[in-house]
Write a protein that binds this ligand. Structure first.
Ligand code: NAD
Length: 487
């Protein structure tokens, strides 16, 4: 008998403790070789004054066991509480969120009986970098960060996942028709990595029509990879149309640590009633068992669970008014069926211990051995952002032309990305936040940051209130910035 695998477990908030007890009971009866270490996270910890929602001891357990089975938690509204889910994902580098969305027709009513897709959502970057600022009284901003190594990791993960799980197609969603640099990089990296996997079919959809297609014909998708925010929205749509948000589990995978959970929240509306469906967390636990090398146990539970549904044993969210059982009764019904397989649908099989290594997507390149990109970077100019609610576009433009030289010349002034000077339209609505683009003057052949400092000093002396700058670079002679609309 091998030693039991230590795992960190959080019972969470709301329905969390109820569904966790049910899930652990099923795991125990199925013979999972695990040793749970319980930690407190969430509401209790927030309200005790720890605004991160997690204690140092809990971090210690997570970093030691490297496997986390987590119930949903409640993030208190307001009060500056940080989302613990985002904190855990980012601190532990859990870059891949894997969400299978499968229909269980005829046991679970859905308009999409043939749906079997996996959404692989980038989990750390994009608008979730959490870099937000109020810049002027009227304008706030959120930085959308997409990186080449981050995109490479998640896209390679998606292709490896597809190959190892015998899936045929990987689809990429982005909005690179609008966000040419950020989403453009994600799409470009997708095309590069796709070439390494000629056995897998690939396609790309713009996110809006892509999500519409998921809602309409989800059976056309297999594995879908996308940046963080789109993945958040698309995966909830996909989970919902399988028939219930109470069914799906998700894995958050990093190079060192992995976290497994249900996709739904803490459902305060039904908390304490003993009626929640434990299936979402149970599916998270099944993914965890595969991850820690106990695929036989995962398979046994998954097939018993299917047989339970097949036998008509349902919690209220699935029964929808028909006869239903509570959380623990459902878990006991699964336990009674351990060792049985469904008859009306295909039983599940997972790759077994001997080929388990093979079943894990190989992650490369690791950040530490990624190549140094051979790039020539040249300064082209600078965008100076101003707060101004007094001068008109023309008055501001003329003042900026006066202070530009000798190092720069004014190229354009935009407001919310639209050109307002030179030659702006009076119809264009403006706020108090102005982007003033300066290109190098012809005589400036060896530009430096010192030139920018001088320009900012002149702006200040002219009574202009600059609030931030953004340097304009070319990388290997390609523009590293977008042009303003109308520029
Ligand atoms: P929710 O997923 O908790 O609930 C949405 C609806 O689905 C509710 O009507 C609920 O009763 C039902 N539902 C959810 N899970 C169910 C289950 N297992 N069985 C039966 N019915 C179920 O979403 P919400 O109400 O928007 O959020 C509640 C709280 O959960 C919020 O504080 C939110 O921040 C948190 N949340 C946490 C996580 C997480 O920890 N991973 C994820 C999402 C939301």
């Amino acid at each position: 008998m091998t030693d039991k695998r230590a795992i960190t477990v959080a019972e969470g908030d709301g329905i969390g403790p109820e569904i966790m007890q049910a899930t652990l009971k099923v795991l125990e009866h199925a013979g999972a070789s695990i040793e749970p270490e319980f930690i407190d996270i969430g509401e209790k910890v927030y309200l005790a004054g720890n605004s991160t929602g997690i204690s140092d001891e809990a971090w210690e357990s997570l970093r030691r066991t490297k496997v986390f089975l987590k119930s949903p938690i409640t993030t208190p509204q307001g009060g500056g509480y940080k989302s613990l889910n985002v904190t855990i994902r980012k601190t532990l580098g859990l870059y891949a969120n894997v969400r299978p969305n499968i229909s269980y027709e005829p046991f679970v009513k859905t308009k999409h009986p043939d749906m079997d897709m996996v959404i692989i959502r980038e989990n750390e970057e994009d608008l979730y970098a959490g870099i937000e600022h109020q810049q002027t009284p009227e304008v706030v901003q959120c930085l959308k960060l997409i990186t080449r190594p981050g995109s490479e990791k998640i896209i390679r993960y998606a292709f490896e996942y597809a190959r190892k799980n015998n899936r045929k197609k990987v689809t990429c969603f982005s909005k690179d028709n609008i966000m040419k640099l950020t989403d453009g990089l994600f799409h470009k990296v997708f095309n590069e990595i796709a070439e390494e996997y000629p056995d897998i079919e690939t396609e790309h959809w713009i996110i809006d029509i892509g999500i519409a297609k998921i809602a309409d014909t989800p059976q056309d998708f297999d594995v879908v990879v996308m940046p963080n925010l789109y993945g958040d929205i698309a995966s909830d749509v996909a989970a919902q149309i399988t028939g219930s948000v109470g069914l799906a589990g998700s894995a958050n995978i990093g190079d060192n640590v992995a976290m497994f959970e249900a996709i739904h929240g803490s459902a305060p509306d039904i908390s304490g009633k003993g009626i929640a469906n434990p299936s979402g967390l149970l599916h998270g636990a099944i993914m965890m068992l595969v991850h820690i090398g106990q695929p036989e146990v995962a398979e046994k539970i998954h097939n018993a669970w299917l047989k339970t549904l097949e036998d008509g044993v349902h919690t209220g969210d699935i029964a929808k008014g028909g006869s239903s059982v509570g959380t623990m009764e459902f878990a006991e019904a699964v336990i009674e069926r351990l060792g049985q397989r469904p008859e009306k649908v295909e039983p599940i099989t997972y790759a077994k211990e001997e080929d388990h290594e093979e079943a894990q997507p190989a992650m490369k390149p690791q950040v530490k051995d990624r190549p140094k990109y051979d790039v020539v970077r040249e300064l082209d100019g600078v965008d100076v952002f101003l707060f101004n609610n007094e001068l008109t576009s023309d008055e501001l433009g003329k003042k900026l032309e006066d202070i530009a030289g000798p190092e720069f010349k004014l190229a354009v002034v935009t407001n919310r990305g639209v050109k307002v000077y030179p030659g702006g339209f009076p119809e264009t609505f403006t706020t108090d936040h102005w982007r003033c683009r300066f290109n190098l003057s012809e005589e400036n052949t060896s530009p430096s940051n010192k030139d920018i400092r001088k320009l900012l000093d002149r702006a200040e002396e002219a009574g202009l209130d600059w609030i931030k700058i953004e340097n304009l670079y070319r990388f290997n002679n390609e523009l590293g910035y977008s042009l303003g609309q109308g520029q």
